[in-house]
Design a protein around this ligand. Structure first.
Ligand SMILES: [Zn+2]
Ligand SMILES: [Zn+2]
Length: 368
């Protein structure tokens, strides 16, 4: 009997970004938090599901009864069809909007998992045997949710990717109003003390915008490549807002996500925005998920940016939640070595902080 034991094990997305997938055993209940894919140099990698079979926690994937999907970025959702091949019975929870965006991204692979998905709403509570789940706004991207699990009187919060600042398309994270015992934190910048946002908008986003602006006034067409289709939608919002006269041509894959947003009444398109059919002439913006054409005279731009809290905001967030235990995942190390200034070290010197930290590796189990 497992009684009230709580076990955590990362199957992917531990001290790196990509293939986020976290196993949580709460007594007899086995859950997965997220199920994403990563890629290095174009090669796709999935979570290490099989690592679970080398542990005493489960003998068969069918023992995992529930999967919670925080949001529609591929590093959190794209391996769901792989897992459903191992366990076709698990119940999967996500918000309606996440479901829409996941469907548009996974295309034909979505059909096989659709019957298992239940849409959930913010603040909805789902009672399961011996535990309950509830869902809270996470900021970051539309549809993103945090999951609060209550198990035997203990509160466990899985943040997924979150942001405590509003973006063009979504407001800030809204924390549940209960004391948190264990927080599983997607802390992208927890080990990047020099990463700070300037002002309200991510500095990378403002840089993209400035480059677009100067290219357009030089009469050039800008080819802006986005790696995550949902970030393309964010960029359209940004350009519409700051460069209201600019024309945008949008590729098929980003257009698909745009229409999903508009289906749930989040307006994205305006008059100057249209689908990309052939390459336009004259100063305009092409927004595409594909590599740029060779020998083009267009200005090529990388449209990547961060929708995550910076280092000081991450420290503040953990200080505010003040959990007993904080499991930090989705947390790549910095390229530069810093002494004494990671999230853990800053809070160690804070007399009001009661948090102890775990920075797990993939396949390394922890008793919480
Ligand atoms: Zn994300
Ligand atoms: Zn992520």
């Amino acid at each position: 009997m497992n009684g009230g034991r709580m076990i955590f094990m990362a199957l992917g997305g531990a001290q790196e970004v990509g293939a986020s997938c976290y196993f949580l055993k709460l007594g007899e209940n086995n859950l997965l938090l997220d199920c994403g894919c990563g890629s290095t140099r174009g090669i796709r990698f999935a979570p290490q599901f099989n690592a679970l079979l080398d542990t005493p926690y489960i003998q068969d994937f069918h023992q995992i009864s529930h999967v919670v999907l925080s949001h529609a970025h591929l590093d959190h959702c794209a391996a769901l069809p792989d897992f459903m091949e191992l366990n076709e019975r698990a119940a999967v929870y996500m918000t309606d909007l996440t479901r829409e965006i996941v469907a548009a991204q996974l295309e034909e692979r979505f059909a096989a998992i659709e019957p298992n998905i239940s849409s959930v709403a913010f603040l909805q509570k789902i009672p399961l045997p011996n535990l309950s789940l509830s869902f809270h706004q996470a900021g970051h991207i539309p549809g993103a949710m945090m999951t609060l699990i209550n198990f035997r009187g203990k509160n466990i919060l899985y943040t997924g990717d979150y942001s405590t600042f509003p973006t063009l398309l979504v407001g800030t994270a809204l924390l549940p109003d209960v004391p948190i015992d264990v927080m599983i934190l997607c802390g992208l910048h927890a080990r990047h003390p020099n990463y700070r946002r300037r002002g309200d908008t991510d500095s990378a986003l403002m840089k993209i915008l400035r480059r677009i602006y100067y290219a357009l006034i030089r009469g050039k067409t800008v080819y802006c490549r986005v790696t995550q289709v949902s970030k393309g939608v964010e960029l359209i919002g940004l350009i519409n807002n700051f460069l209201p006269d600019a024309e945008i041509f949008i590729d098929r894959r980003v257009m698909k996500i745009v229409s999903r947003f508009e289906n749930v009444h989040i307006p994205i398109m305006r008059e100057q925005d249209r689908p990309l059919t052939n390459f336009p002439r004259g100063p305009c913006i092409v927004l595409s998920t594909m590599p740029p054409p060779l020998k083009s005279r267009m200005e090529i731009l990388d449209g990547d940016f961060s929708l995550h809290d910076d280092f000081p905001a991450t420290v503040d967030f953990v200080r505010r939640v003040n959990p007993k235990v904080c499991v930090v995942v989705h947390s790549p190390p910095d390229k530069i070595f810093h002494a004494n200034c990671t999230l853990e070290q800053v809070l160690l010197n804070d007399p009001d902080s009661r948090t102890s930290f775990i920075f797990p590796q993939i396949g390394e189990p922890f008793e919480l």
